[in-house]
Design a protein around this ligand. Structure first.
Ligand SMILES: C[S@@+](CC[C@H](N)C(=O)[O-])C[C@H]1O[C@@H](n2cnc3c(N)ncnc32)[C@H](O)[C@@H]1O
Length: 341
């Protein structure tokens, strides 16, 4: 087997296990080297463009080095020196960019240091200029985009492979409370998509979850929302094969009992939108309807930060509710739940 390259997939913190599951399932033989907050390092010899089928990640990077770094500003020249002497992996976009490439470095820092992430990025950029001949570029004009992840006294140095469009999957319109496609995909992945699925997202907003579900076969994929404008946006976003309906998740009268195998949804949290709705009543009515429409072996994957209200509503509806993962999203900590009969 050819020697693999090491990649780093980034994702919302809390989704790392789901990213790992998607990597191992889609790329047999891949080896997970490390899992850190919001990052998964893995080794594979699959062509890197194939790795773009990984949809639970936000971005993909080519891992170039794992460095040791001091905590103080006085240690930054050492970082410059290490990066200047680094042997970059043999990789098409590095080779194609050549020695006159324009580059940028974006640094992310956690832990106690006496330097800022901007100072660390500048030190890394200097190393690339001194040792590799690259010229500093700008956010708008560069050939190579490096990332430096500093965690206490460790630093991961990597090259960004995905562009801005990847994270947002093209140019879809998003509603105010829209999920990132990668998070929507992680929910879909957790539902273990099956060909025989009759799939429903009854709070679909701009349609992010049903659109991500459309990456896998199903008998039917339906998204619904009570807001006519959300329905209109979702219809514009949705690919062929995804049906978007105006519906009230608390009264799914057009959906027959036991007919749905999989519900995946981002519930209203009562914060960004639906502030005036009584979330407790909404959850109770929806859970009762979910219990009715779900097939006996069916399941729902729900995202919310309203733990107490959801567990109470599930109990009232006679459904089992299990918390799976808590994730970090826009400064909030919602949890992914599994609901079954
Ligand atoms: C958290 S947002 C969902 C966002 C969506 N996942 C996305 O990525 O765009 C919740 C959605 O629930 C809808 N909603 C609120 N009450 C509803 C109800 N009773 N039935 C159906 N949809 C409802 C809102 O209009 C809103 O679009």
């Amino acid at each position: 087997m050819a020697k693999g390259l090491t990649y780093m997939a980034t994702a919302a913190p809390g989704l790392e296990d789901i990213v790992v599951s998607e990597i191992l399932s889609k790329f047999p033989g891949a080896w997970i080297q490390a899992q850190m907050r919001g990052r998964v390092l893995f080794v594979t010899n699959h062509p890197w463009k194939d790795l773009l089928s990984l949809r639970c990640m936000d971005n993909l990077y080519l891992h170039a080095a794992w460095l040791k770094i001091g905590r103080h500003r006085a240690d930054l020249p050492d970082l410059t020196d290490k990066i200047a002497h680094l042997i970059l992996p043999e990789f098409p976009c590095i080779a194609n960019a050549g020695r006159k490439a324009k580059d940028i470095v974006n640094a992310i820092r956690s832990g106690r240091h006496t330097f800022s992430r901007f100072e660390a990025a500048a030190a890394a950029l200097e190393g690339l200029t001194k040792g590799h001949g690259y010229a500093p570029g700008t956010a708008e004009d560069h050939d190579l985009h490096f990332r430096l992840d500093i965690m206490e006294q460790d630093a991961l140095f990597s090259l960004k492979l995905t562009d801005a469009a990847f994270r947002f999957r093209g140019h879809r319109q998003f509603s105010p409370a829209a999920l990132r496609p990668s998070v929507a995909h992680a929910l879909v992945w957790l539902s273990e998509p099956k060909d025989h699925d009759v799939f429903l997202d009854p709070f679909c907003g701009s349609g992010t979850i049903p659109i991500e579900r459309a990456a896998y076969p199903a008998v039917s994929i339906t998204g619904g929302d009570i807001s006519p404008s959300a329905v209109e946006t979702a219809r514009q976003n949705a690919p062929e094969g995804v049906e978007i309906r105006l519906l009230d998740a608390c009264n799914l009268k057009d959906i027959s009992s036991g007919s749905v195998t999989s519900i995946v949804t981002n519930l209203p949290w009562g914060k960004q939108i639906a502030k005036n709705q009584d979330i407790e009543v909404l959850y109770c009515k929806f859970l009762a309807e979910a219990c009715r429409v779900l097939a006996p072996s069916g399941q729902a994957i729900l995202l919310t930060d309203r733990h107490g209200i959801l567990t109470k509503a599930s109990r009232t509806a006679g459904m089992k509710c299990r918390a799976l993962y808590t994730i970090s999203l826009h400064g909030m900590l919602p949890t992914i739940y599994l609901i079954t009969h």
